[in-house]
Ligand binder design. Sequence first.
Ligand code: CA
Length: 236
Amino acid sequence: MTTDPTKPEILVIEDEVQLRRLLRLSLEEAGYAVREAETAKSGLHELVHHIPDVVILDLGLPDASGETVLRRLREWSPVPVLILSVFSQEGSKVAGLDAGADDYLTKPFGCSELLARLRALQRRIKPAVAASRFKFGSVEVDLAHRRVRRAGHLLKLTAMEYALLQLLITHRDKVLTHRQILRELWGPNAEGQTHYLRTYMLRLRRKLEEDLDTPRYFQTESGVGYRFTSEPAEAV
Ligand code: CA
């Protein structure tokens, strides 16, 4: 199906056929282009290949929770996400918001309420375009599958090395302070522990930089923090 590029695009990840049908009807009538996925797996697959303008995500999916989908998605994209929950899932709604959802609706909800929430989301958040695969030099990072290759060879990164790499890539071309990175990776109590960060940055540079003495990608902002710089890769 070809979509009209002027229409905002919505991906609906929802396993209930009736609700999906209803959502498609109301959203298309309101001028949106709609794509559908009925499982967490197929939803993630869609998201890896193409980021819509907004995602409507059901928290209770048959193969994995919507929260899992959201956590994975947030590893590479800030696209606005509206979660759908039912009253018996109050806890998962909070977990969904903690995991990076932008808004929520509790089922059953009215179509006018849904459309109002979507308009608010689009006003508040600019549509995001992000690639799930990222290249710099001979290194290729597959953010959706958490794989790092150098010159085509799969590299072994520890969880913390990968977390640091992912954080820097997500905020590429921006300076991240030591405090921001430490808080993000080790929690608020570690904000002063810059030696942790130096250690992991050295490890990451050893694995990913071409010349350790003059790092090209993982740049030190003296006394401030680090900046990751590269040319963006094409979207997959
Ligand atoms: Ca469901």
